[in-house]
Design a protein around this ligand. Structure first.
Ligand code: AMP
Ligand code: MG
Length: 500
């Protein structure tokens, strides 16, 4: 680990205010990024920079690139690697931690929200174990694209402030160009952060972390009668809502280990994530998920399981009476299914133009999903094209064509149109509501792969730029970009890999 970088007195100013480093001594290891050989800028996210109160032009200067590449540390940064543990595919690892990521510090944005700025792929840390602390450019670009796409879809997520290439190679299954992602998050506190201390029976530390988490993410709960039970309840609520949002856009996280679930309720750690094309709840893309633990349709159950691990961390600090704490934690966990289904069903009903989510309407949405399974219908395009059909009953062909079993679709559509007619709303109104929740543009696997191939094989970042531009407006028609909304070529056997 290098300790030689200069603190940057000139160059981009970051108004750092580092509460984690200040308040949680012992929860991290101070460590400087390791400089890379020949950095070059891939992209600065100008809109995000401005939201954070940073100057995007400054970030794109050689001094800014030096910061992202670990050659220099900006004034006010206190680089640290965070300790955490976690259940990986159901098995507990007592020590994981930031093995290839370094938190530079926190800034409070123009919106008043505090966020972490972290470098991912910035060199080894005390938590690297046998890893090299580096990231390949492909996964950096994938995380940039998909996390920004999720933000544009309106789904809570970490974001991408910038990406650079390193001029170095990282050795994975082969030698690949390296990259560093500057990631922005509400925080990097994971369920696994709590597990790190709870598994060591360091309950004072669990309490300190819980107090910090409440102050940072759930300030309204500070005065609750039992703040730690309230924290559990709050995290349950946010994660139930989050997973419902994932399902409604066909998102598969891919590696929902407890160390990859943020207590702030943001989507975090875009490794083997992917969007589903044809609807099938058993869809799995991750090469290492051999049992389908993290399949699309399993995500709510896994979130629930992870939250039970979170509850286990908090029970020892919930009060003197352990039996009572367990009962209260179980009662809170028991609310997960109802909260998840409330959000998911509301989302599904809205997707077919019925924002009320009554029982019959939810059943109608489920009937469509079942027809889609049998017909291998594309998830995204089915709902988007239904919107056009809601407005114009002669616009049925495009959506109908997505179904192998057209008669099954026709039968369903007849019931659906009858139900829409009962609402008394105009077709244009219904369509506008549907278009606002059913994206036309998502980061489909083949699009992301094309971008990565162009960058890695030809050094061409044009496709990366264009895809980001398209995905910034996922719900809007963009006639010049219709090719990005098309059905994917058959991606039979497509696999994603962890960015390790
Ligand atoms: P992930 O599966 O990507 O969420 O990472 C799981 C754990 O492995 C975390 O503790 C990471 O910091 C660590 N890790 C992943 N890749 C590397 C790497 N290239 N070098 C060091 N640690 C890594
Ligand atoms: Mg992770």
């Amino acid at each position: 680990m290098s300790t030689t970088q200069p603190t940057l007195k000139t160059g981009p100013a970051f108004p750092f205010d580092n509460s984690y480093a200040r308040d949680l001594a012992g929860f991290y290891a101070p460590v400087l990024p390791t400089p890379v050989e020949a950095p070059a800028l891939v992209k600065v996210n100008a809109a995000l920079a401005e939201l954070l109160g940073l100057d995007p032009a400054d970030l794109a200067t050689p001094e800014g690139v030096a910061v992202f590449a670990g050659l220099a540390v900006p004034e006010g940064a206190e680089p640290i690697a965070l300790a955490y543990a976690g259940h990986q595919f159901g098995h507990f690892s007592p020590q994981l931690g930031d093995g290839r990521a370094i938190l530079l510090g926190e800034v409070v944005g123009r919106d008043g929200l505090r966020r972490d700025i972290q470098l991912k792929g910035s060199g080894p840390t005390p938590f690297s174990r046998r890893g090299d602390g580096r990231a390949a450019l492909g996964p950096v670009l994938r995380e940039y694209i998909v996390s920004e796409a999720m933000a544009a879809l309106g789904i809570p997520t970490t974001r991408a402030l910038a990406a650079v290439t390193t001029g170095e190679r990282v050795v994975r299954d082969r030698a690949l160009p390296g990259g560093v992602l500057a990631r922005v998050a509400a925080s990097h506190i994971r369920i696994g952060t709590f597990q790190f201390f709870a598994s060591r029976k360091a309950f004072d530390a669990v309490k300190q972390l819980a107090d910090y988490t409440i102050a940072r993410h759930y300030p309204d709960l500070a005065g609750a009668e039992n703040p730690y039970l309230a924290l559990l309840d709050g995290v349950i609520g946010r994660q139930a809502a989050l997973v419902a949002r994932w399902l409604c856009v066909g998102f598969i996280h891919g590696v929902m280990n407890t160390d990859n679930m943020s207590v702030s309720g943001e989507t975090i750690d875009y490794g083997p994530c992917a969007f589903m094309d044809a609807y099938d709840p058993n869809t799995v893309f991750s090469s290492i998920d051999e049992m389908g633990r993290y399949a699309y349709g399993n995500q709510p159950d896994i979130a629930h399981w992870n939250l039970a691990r979170f509850a286990e961390c908090l029970i020892p600090i919930m009060g003197e009476d352990r039996e009572a704490a367990i009962a209260a934690a179980n009662a809170a966990l028991g609310t997960f299914p109802a909260r998840f289904y409330a959000a998911y069903h509301a989302g599904l009903a809205a997707k077919i133009g019925l924002p009320e989510a009554g029982e019959a309407d939810v059943a109608l949405a489920h009937d469509l999903l079942n027809v889609m399974i049998g017909s291998k219908a594309d998830f995204t395009l089915t709902f988007r094209r239904l919107g056009a059909l809601a407005e114009d009953e002669d616009a049925g062909e495009p959506v109908r064509d997505l179904f192998l079993d057209r008669a099954a679709f026709d039968a369903w559509a007849e019931r659906w149109r009858a139900r829409l007619a009962e609402t008394g709303r105009s077709g244009a109104d219904i369509r506008a509501g549907m278009d606002a929740v059913n994206p036309l543009f998502i980061p489909r696997n083949h699009l992301v792969e094309e971008v990565i191939a162009a960058a890695i094989e030809r050094g061409d970042l044009g496709p990366f730029e264009r895809l980001n531009t398209v995905l910034a407006h996922p719900y809007e028609e963009q006639p010049e970009f219709t090719a990005y909304a098309g059905l994917p070529p058959s991606m039979e056997g497509y696999r994603t890999f962890c960015g390790t």
